[in-house]
Design a protein around this ligand. Structure first.
Ligand SMILES: C[S@@+](CC[C@H](N)C(=O)[O-])C[C@H]1O[C@@H](n2cnc3c(N)ncnc32)[C@H](O)[C@@H]1O
Length: 320
């Protein structure tokens, strides 16, 4: 049983699969922990407690609004460490090239509750706001830009692939028609356009009719799949032998990216399958800590419905 540590209050991000992440990373006093997606610091608070006043926490996030959460966590827990603002694949690369090593690295992908619940960030279909959705407000591409400039064909692909939206083509066409009159500026205009594009019965089933398109746009605007794909090899490089990696994903494409990476690194050998013997000599670099992804318990789902699609995959770096 893991010792109890204070949890964030209701206005903060409730960490998903918190006990499972903590068990998977098995942080010990004196270690170096990297939380690559700090958010509200929910997971980091638990991991800082496991450091027991020794060791170091490196927190990364591309959202500048996160920094005060880190400052508060440091004050509250006394944990040593620093906050690095930036895209995690780039920050990890810098750390690795400076020879920084870690014993535990966590990715808790996607957006935080604080980002969704702040209407001005434009992540939510529930309130009318500027169409933004950038996790890093300084990055170039906003949802407004993407929606007004991508071809209908590309929008269809984005809605289908990242949102699993059944009416992707109809919605992309309706967006094309609407933006020929005047460009999209606000989330409310997009919600209305989506509602007019899908058949009436579909407007009332399976959650809010704009849910899947909003998710898809967010993933595309922030290149979420590209980021994790680029970051995983660097995270592995940074881990010390016996170090642990944990990834919580919320989308099947994300989970598939993580699964593929872990499987390839577990296999080691990169020879073509028709080679009779291994000539590459690559050794397995990782060992998965569970065959299947870990899902939230019914108790967690009852307390936090936002955890519904969460999947945890974790692995340990091979000893040399
Ligand atoms: C689901 S939240 C993390 C919540 C955190 N684990 C907690 O318990 O409070 C994801 C956070 O990661 C950040 N993020 C997502 N993708 C990122 C990336 N590629 N680089 C840096 N930060 C990223 C988001 O800005 C967000 O704050």
């Amino acid at each position: 049983m893991l010792p109890n540590v204070s949890r964030p209050n209701a206005t903060d991000h409730v960490p998903v699969l918190a006990d499972e992440v903590r068990e998977a990373l098995a942080v010990e006093p004196g270690q170096t922990v990297v939380d690559a997606t700090f958010g509200g610091g929910g997971h980091a608070e638990l991991l800082a407690a496991d450091l027991g006043g020794r060791g170091k926490l490196i927190a990364i996030d591309r959202d500048p609004e996160v920094r005060p959460y880190f400052d508060r966590l440091r004050k509250r827990t006394g944990v040593q460490g620093r906050f690095l603002r930036g895209e995690f694949s780039l920050v990890l690369e810098q750390l690795a090239s400076n020879g920084v090593h870690a014993d535990a690295i966590l990715f808790d992908l996607g957006v935080s509750s604080m980002q969704i619940d702040r209407p001005e960030r434009g992540f939510s279909y529930a309130t009318d706001a500027p169409l933004d959705m950038r996790m890093d407000p300084a990055s170039e591409l906003s949802a407004r830009e993407l929606l007004n400039t991508e071809s209908e064909r590309d929008l269809t692909r984005i809605f289908k692939d990242y949102g699993e939206e059944r009416y992707a083509r109809q919605i992309a066409r309706a967006i094309g028609r609407r933006r020929r009159e005047r460009p999209f500026e606000r989330t409310g205009e997009l919600v209305e356009t989506i509602k007019t594009a899908i058949p009436a019965p579909a407007r009332f089933g399976d959650g809010h009719p704009a849910k899947r398109v909003f998710q898809a746009l967010r993933i595309a605007v922030n290149d979420e799949l590209g980021s994790i794909e680029a970051a995983l090899p660097t995270a592995l490089e940074m881990l010390r032998p016996g170090g642990r990696l944990a990834v919580v994903s919320f989308h099947s494409l994300e989970d598939r990216t993580v699964k593929r990476f872990l499987r390839a690194e577990e296999r080691g050998c990169t020879c073509p399958p028709d080679f009779p013997i291994c000539v590459c000599g690559h050794e397995p670099a990782l060992r998965a800590l569970s065959r299947r992804p870990i899902k939230p318990s019914p108790q967690e789902l009852a307390a936090n419905p936002r955890a519904a699609s969460a999947r945890l995959r974790a692995a340990m770096k091979s000893e040399e």
